[in-house]
Design a protein around this ligand. Sequence first.
Ligand SMILES: [Zn+2]
Ligand SMILES: [Zn+2]
Length: 224
Amino acid sequence: MRDEIVEDEDVRLAVYRRFAETGLEPTVGWLTTAVETDDGSLRSALRRLEGQRHVVLGGGDRILMAHPFTSVPMGFAVMGDHTLWWGGCAWDSFALPHLVPGEPSVLVSTTCPNCARPLAWTVGREKPPPGKEVAHFLTPAAHMWDDVLHTCSNQRIFCDAECIDAWVAREGLQRGYVMNLPMLWRLAAGWYAGRLDRGYTRREPAAAAGYFREAGLDGSFWGL
Ligand SMILES: [Zn+2]
Ligand SMILES: [Zn+2]
């Protein structure tokens, strides 16, 4: 049992470091070589990691996400001094400079889902970027993992509240949670801390609620 746990953590770390250091998708083939195991053991480890929500797998055990990293486009690109990433959602994109060593400041770019206007911010560790734009989260926290790709794909940044309202009406959706850039930055700053380190464990629900509250979030949307 102990060996299995160590091996899963080796795989998890290899996935995260590959994403962090290169922005590239860690493929099954690459991982098998990196952790020196066989194809079957690697795939089994990935499925256990998926069960623990460390990775999101697609067909053929392709790694689609290892939050905050993603191998598929979700509307954001993040450019550091050395590395270019797909950004995941707004939350994930704003988290990258806090998480990745050697990339304390990144360019986060996207387009407004309503009017397609190009939007970009230089996001660092010290303080939130200036800007009047607002982030819209469609899926309440309790359901974020029901379909996490859909959830992340719908955590976007809009020009303003008018663009959110127009988009929600056009798509026939219910307005979710809206936050300004400082709140998004606070939410992203520490949420993924530790994921590049050995022995990382996910936050318990009570700790997550405390973190959300400290970031300034409120209401049933966040389970608070
Ligand atoms: Zn807009
Ligand atoms: Zn996300």
